[in-house]
Design a protein around this ligand. Sequence first.
Ligand SMILES: Nc1ncnc2c1ncn2[C@@H]1O[C@H](COP(=O)(O)OP(=O)(O)O)[C@@H](O)[C@H]1O
Ligand SMILES: [Mg+2]
Length: 449
Amino acid sequence: MTRAISLHDVSKTYARGVRVVDRLSLDITPGELLVLLGPSGCGKSTVLRMIAGLEEITEGELRLDGEYANDLLPAERRMAMVFQNFALYPNMTGRGNIGFPLRVEAPHADPAPRVDATARMLGIEDLLDRFPAQLSGGERQRVAMGRAIARHPTAFLMDEPLSNLDAKLRNHLRAEISRLTRELGVTTVYVTHDQAEAMSLGDRVAVLRGGVLQQVGTPRSVYALPSNVFVAAFIGTPRINLLRGVVRAPLDGAMTISLGKQYLRLPEPLSLDHQLLRVQQGREVIVGLRSEAVRIGKPAAARPGEVLITGLVEHVEFQGHEALVHFSTGSRPAVVPDLQAPRPVPRPVRRRRREGGTVLDRLRERAGTLRAGPVVVLDDPADAAEAAPEPASPESRAPGDLIVRTVPDIDLRDGMQVPLLVDLAHLFVFDQHGERICPAPARLPELEE
Ligand SMILES: Nc1ncnc2c1ncn2[C@@H]1O[C@H](COP(=O)(O)OP(=O)(O)O)[C@@H](O)[C@H]1O
Ligand SMILES: [Mg+2]
């Protein structure tokens, strides 16, 4: 059985009144893999723990299959959690670990058939007789997954489960998680700060920032139509170029966006999107150009819709299959004051592991099932955020203010002046508050949810 999980105006306030999740509404459909994405400290784990029942919901409503569920004990929710640190019971073999929640749940039933079936599904039959100390990180995480799956939970809640693994293994297990959750058809909420992971894994991605939902949609739609500059900057590699511009919209002349001493001249007749900029006349805006919107090319090579600017090579970053060229254009990089995630509120970090334990223990005691892990707690998620590297903040950019992708063997040296062609069909414009002006919401209806 899989679950519809819905949050309606859910808020979380910890002691001292700090609201770490603010009126979050999300409808997760049965069998869906929804990724909660956001920088460290934005409230992802808190949301997951509220869904699991490990954290009280301060305000708002959680519904499971439409039923009010705020007060359900974790056991009654039958969800399985997988954490970053995949702590297995060290004194139990793979078999013992996977079978443990089954034995707790039904002490008189033989867990072997389920354990074996789970191991087959994960291709870890050969790990069953080994102890955690005899397993690699990836193998441990597979056993941990097995422990979550074996119980046939109604949902998986995964909190940065791959963050501790090296890149190659991460990609491999990511694909495996994607395959498994789809095969099992179990609703999954997957938390990560890694946008590439979110994009490759999610049916939909919900972007959180400072406890506030910024946007939810398919990976394709959040990339193509970020609702604000934060989402635009958070999603996509290399990061979207963000430049400060001023809209010049004379009634008689061509409409332009000036970038320092240069300008983008919008092609006539103005597209519907560009017409929207008329009302911004004289205002400062943020111009967003993803790497696919800019290429190195002579004016004569310009295609329709492309306009010319000039960039000064600051630095060439060789990447093997391509190079990233950092240019300065004389425009100022956009700094949106509230772009950065709010500083995490100070708290007694090191004690959280124990606190988490007590909450859970208390709940279990209330349920009268002292050790019956209702939610399979493989480890406390508290440490996940601390260990995870903070993604580059949108302000922390290299000296160049425009990054362009090229073939790796391009002959460019620092200090060269290079013509750049900007494809205005790929132009994003955000207002001073960071909200997207263009493209307009209605422009690509097939992408907008
Ligand atoms: N038990 C707690 N008491 C007080 N503040 C907390 C507690 N747990 C988390 N926080 C704070 O809530 C915010 C969100 O934390 P968390 O959900 O762990 O973020 P994420 O998982 O996105 O990194 C952070 O500012 C964190 O410091
Ligand atoms: Mg976390």
